[in-house]
Structure formats: structure tokens, C-alpha cells
Ligand binder design. Structure first.
Ligand SMILES: Cc1ncc(C[n+]2csc(CCOP(=O)(O)OP(=O)(O)O)c2C)c(N)n1
Ligand SMILES: [Mg+2]
Length: 333
């Protein structure tokens, strides 16, 4: 990886060199996981859909590292591979799920959009746009009754604000005062529709404020900004048991899904502009300037991650197909 000079990013959010290196490793792992996953799709190992999280890494890294997974819970949307990695799920299990194998996170029955791990307090990806918002409201309500001030974090895209569930969920979350953080990952597009063409208000935070929920925008390219926002907001929520809405401004590098080449709805100039503030490069440049890691060490780290992930793919390929008897297990009809 060649690291170019970058515009400055906000301070180091109180992170130690070791924590900063860990976050770089996490972001590189997500980026390389998605690269390999898309290759596996093209090789015919994965069927259905594949929605890459590449470009949006700093959002998950900031908001998930700041959680306390002994008590907090996460509800997700379908762009969920990166979040699963950050919650500590083994990449081999995630690849196995993508390949539809019995050892997958959801026993091979969920696939890319429906990873699920109650052990890791991960209450699912969801193929329904806005589907997680009301679930997260209910989870927040349940958590509020526990004594140790837990919170729920719910991720979704800008497109989810156009569903009725968004309004029902914001209303009830505020009315019932539940400690759920709604993180809207505004990557400018709902499939191929630009945010100006699907939202009546261009500032998405304005759409949550009508329900009396505190809101803020955060630079989703800057892992220090997402880290600092997460820590501050979680503290507020644990104290007040109130919901909160964050609009994280970021960009997805790939098309909506693997079948979308993003050719006719956005410009190369726009893509280049966002790539010039790549979240990994921003952190890498900081680590180099602060002499925490050299460019060569970062490249070695990346190569080591790629090798580890490739080994996981090979093992996941060997995993068995689900047993026929599993077909009706865990299925609600
Ligand atoms: C209720 C519902 N309506 C429509 C769809 C089809 N659909 C799938 S993804 C998507 C766009 C959502 O975009 P956004 O919420 O911004 O998330 P992003 O893909 O950008 O992460 C749509 C319309 C769906 N899955 N569910
Ligand atoms: Mg979007």
C-alpha cells in the first residue's frame, strides 16, 4: 500500500499507539475481507448477493470498539460483514456463512445479509431496509430494565429513513426513552438514487430531530471522530437512557451490491474525491507522521492479513454443507 499525504484528521481521540495500530489492523482486515469475498463470489463460491463495506470502515471501527460487549447489543442491516469482524467473529465462520456451509455464523442458512450471533450480542443483519430499526427499539426497551446501563446500537443506510418503520421507531424510542443509538450510515446513495433525490431534507439529522431525539453528524472517514463521538454518546445514553441519532458521512467504494458496477449514477471525480480521504489512508498517514509505524510495516501488516484471510477461505471451502435435517430448524413460519 502506498500512503499519500492526507488532510489532517481530528486528534487521536485519546487512543494509545497500540490501540491505533489495532484499529488500523481492523480496517485493513475489513477491506481485504471484502476484496477476497467479492473474488469468492466471482469464483462461484457465493450465491445471491454481496454488499461490500469497503470505504465505510471507520464508522464500524469507531462505534463498535467503544461498546462493552458484556452488556451492549448490536442490530444491523445487510452490509454486515465488517461489523461481524469487528464484533470478534472468526472470518472463517463468516466466509463459511457466505458459502452456505454448516459451520457458518448462521449455520449456512442466512448468507451475506443474515449473519446472526447472539453469543457476540449481534442480533442480525437484515435484508429488509429499515427492518432493524424497530427491533433495536424493542431491544433498547428490554435493556433499559437491566441494572448495568446497557445500550443498543443499530446501523442502517440513508435509504432506511424513507421507510415507515423509521418514523415509528424514532417516535417510540423517544416516547419510551430507550437507550438505542441509531447510526445512519449516509453513503450518499440508496442503491442508485442519490440522497438529494430520495430525501426531502438534505441533512438527515433534521429528520430525526422532529421526534425529540438528540442528533449529530460525524465524519465517517475519520476514525478519531467516530471514536470520540461514540465514547461521548454512549456515556450520555448510559446516564440518561435516551435514544440518539448519528448521521455518519461516508461513501461506499463499490456499487450497491456486486451486480452493480455504479457506472451511470455517479462520477469518477466524486469517487476520486472520497478516495482522497480514504479512512485507512488517513489513519495510516497519522501513524507514519507520529512514527508509530513505517509505510513498510503497514504494507507487511496488510500482507499478513491477506495471508491469514486466504487460509480462512481455504478452510471454509472444506466445511460441510448443512444437513437436510437442519432445514426446518430455527425457521419461524
Ligand atoms: C423494505 C425494502 N424496500 C426495498 C428494498 C430493496 N433495497 C435493497 S437495498 C436498498 C437501498 C438501501 O440503501 P441504504 O439504506 O442507503 O443502504 P446502503 O445500501 O447504501 O448501505 C433497497 C431500496 C428492500 N430490501 N427492503
Ligand atoms: Mg446508502
Amino acid at each position: 500500500m502506498s500512503v499519500q499525504p492526507q488532510p489532517p484528521i481530528s486528534g487521536a481521540a485519546g487512543l494509545t499507539p497500540r490501540q491505533l495500530t489495532h484499529r488500523l489492523r481492523q480496517m485493513l482486515a475489513i477491506r481485504e475481507f471484502e476484496r477476497l469475498g467479492e473474488q469468492c463470489f466471482r469464483d462461484g463460491l457465493i450465491r445471491g448477493y454481496y454488499h461490500s463495506y469497503a470505504g465505510q470502515e471507520a464508522v464500524g471501527v469507531g462505534f463498535l470498539n467503544a461498546l462493552d460487549l458484556s452488556r451492549d447489543y448490536v442490530v444491523d442491516h445487510y452490509r454486515d460483514h465488517g461489523h461481524c469482524l469487528l464484533l470478534g467473529l472468526d472470518p472463517e465462520q463468516i466466509f463459511a456463512e457466505l458459502f452456505g456451509r454448516a459451520t457458518g455464523v448462521s449455520k449456512g442458512k442466512g448468507g451475506s445479509m443474515h449473519m446472526y450471533s447472539p453469543e457476540r450480542h449481534f442480533l442480525g443483519g437484515d435484508g429488509i431496509v429499515g427492518g432493524g430499526l424497530s427491533v433495536a427499539c424493542g431491544v433498547g426497551l428490554a435493556l433499559k430494565r437491566r441494572a448495568n446501563d446497557p445500550i443498543c446500537v443499530c446501523f442502517f443506510g440513508d435509504g432506511a429513513l424513507d421507510t415507515g418503520t423509521f418514523h415509528e421507531s424514532m417516535n417510540l424510542a423517544s416516547l419510551w426513552s430507550v437507550p438505542t443509538l441509531y447510526v445512519c450510515i449516509n453513503n450518499l446513495y440508496s442503491m442508485g438514487t442519490r440522497v438529494e433525490d430520495h430525501s426531502s431534507l438534505s441533512q438527515l439529522v433534521d429528520r430525526a430531530q422532529g421526534y425529540g431525539v438528540k442528533t449529530e453528524q460525524v465524519d465517517g472517514q475519520d476514525v478519531f471522530a467516530t471514536t470520540a463521538a461514540a465514547e461521548r454518546i454512549y456515556q450520555y445514553m448510559r446516564q440518561t437512557k435516551r435514544p440518539y441519532f448519528v448521521e455518519a458521512l461516508t461513501y461506499r467504494y463499490q456499487g450497491h451490491g456486486i451486480h452493480d458496477k455504479a457506472l451511470n449514477y455517479r462520477t469518477e471525480q466524486e469517487e476520486a474525491q472520497w478516495h482522497s480521504r480514504d479512512p485507512i489512508q488517513l489513519l495510516a498517514a497519522h501513524l507514519i507522521t507520529e512514527k508509530i509505524l513505517s509505510a513498510q510495516q503497514i504494507e507487511d501488516l496488510r500482507q499478513q492479513i491477506v495471508a491469514e484471510l486466504q487460509a480462512k477461505v481455504e478452510r471454509a471451502k472444506q466445511a460441510p454443507q448443512p444437513d437436510d435435517a437442519e432445514l426446518k430448524q430455527d425457521v419461524l413460519a
